[in-house]
Design a protein around this ligand. Structure first.
Ligand SMILES: *Cc1c(COP(=O)(O)O)cnc(C)c1O
Length: 358
């Protein structure tokens, strides 16, 4: 019989990143801080001793130990992946049966839905409140009413930038039988992590990434942290050499350098606070154009405006890339100079929109 591509995947389109050269990149939530000369020298030492002809350590033991020490958790609960994207993909491709239903919030990381569709996993959209927050009681009820067996969400949330407090996440975990996959990609910028309590729960998986606060988006490194039972499963289903030796070396060396990482995170948070203040100023000044600025617990700000497309395109024409999402704009934090530049350009764009309106 002739092969036909499943409809489900034939209709999919390849991921389209922003293309073109832009002077200022505030679109992908990466860290704006590149490695220092000292960090690169440290890694180089390690790389010089690498046996490039040999396969990597399948369990990335030294790397997972460095990660566990950085976050003060048990290394036996940590498994590394080729970016948390690989881990999300692995979970969706193997953890669910036909009868499972995954709950995904209306406003959340788009890859969750993409992987549900890729692997033919049933999913239901869980609504958020009008102000884009999560009502835990309603969520618990929705999970029950809709027979949802697993829930995945980002906390703090990409794209809304808002976090759900630890106590509320715990309440959710304790009042549902569903598996909860908690994506803490941005938790380094907030302080409500459940990492050090992961072992207490029989229904919790936490995901972490080195692509945001750690500043290593290029090397593709993420982590799966869970109890012994789920850890055994992920280790059994992952491909043995999923994290290459070069990535392992970078991760191990840089995660061992706590002070430098903590300082970078602090600096990003300060610049976030500053850019957020600037966005509030814009909202005061142009209250009919900027409708909402959400309280950010991440390294980006999220705003609602009816002029999102126009602002996005005007910024692009000025060589500043941000993320356009319907009625919203998502702007990743950069350094002081670039944040100021963005602010100045936005004032200019909003001024011309409001003058045109008169
Ligand atoms: C950026 C991001 C990730 C991606 O992590 P990688 O480790 O780079 O694959 C995962 N989850 C959320 C919510 C993100 O915003």
């Amino acid at each position: 019989m002739k092969y036909t591509i499943p409809k489900r995947i034939e209709q999919m389109t390849p991921y389209q990143p922003i293309t073109g050269e832009y002077k200022i990149r505030m679109d992908a939530n990466e860290s704006y801080i590149n490695l220092s000369k000292e960090q690169i020298d440290l890694v180089e030492n390690k790389l010089n001793q690498l046996e490039y002809n040999r396969y990597p350590d399948p369990y990335a033991k030294d790397l997972c130990k460095a990660f566990a020490e950085y976050y003060g958790i048990d290394k036996n609960l940590v498994t590394a992946g080729n970016g948390s994207d690989e881990i999300i993909s692995l979970i969706f491709s193997t953890f669910f049966e036909k009868s499972d239903i995954v709950g995904v919030f209306s406003n959340d990381f788009s890859m969750y839905r993409v992987y549900c569709e890729t692997y033919g996993v049933n999913y239901k959209i869980i609504p958020k409140e009008k102000d884009l927050t999560i009502d835990v009681e309603k969520t618990i009820k929705f999970i029950e009413d809709e027979n949802i067996t697993a829930l995945i969400f980002s906390n703090p949330c990409n794209p809304t930038s808002m976090g759900l407090e630890k106590e509320k996440v715990k309440y959710l975990l304790e009042n549902t039988q569903a598996l909860v996959i908690l994506d803490e990609a941005y938790m380094d910028f907030w302080n409500e992590s459940l990492l050090d309590e992961v072992e207490k729960y029989d229904n919790l998986i936490i995901l972490k990434t080195c692509s945001k606060a750690i500043g290593l988006a290029s090397i593709r490194l993420g982590f799966f942290i869970s109890n012994e039972r789920f850890t055994k499963v992920i280790r059994a289903i992952k491909s043995p050499y999923n994290v290459n030796s070069v990535t392992q070396a970078y991760g191990e060396v840089l995660l061992s350098n706590k002070e430098q990482l903590d300082n970078a995170t602090k600096e990003i948070i300060l610049n976030k606070n500053d850019l957020q203040e600037k966005m509030f100023l814009l909202k005061d000044k142009f209250s009919n154009l900027i409708l909402e600025v959400y309280k950010s617990d991440t390294n980006f700000v999220f705003i609602r405006t009816d002029y999102a497309k126009e602002i996005f395109e005007s910024l692009l024409s000025r060589s500043i890339a941000i993320r356009y999402m319907g009625d919203y704009l998502r702007i990743s934090i950069s350094n002081k100079i670039e944040n100021q530049k963005l602010y100045d350009e936005m004032i200019d764009i909003l001024t011309s929109i409001s003058e045109r309106g008169k």
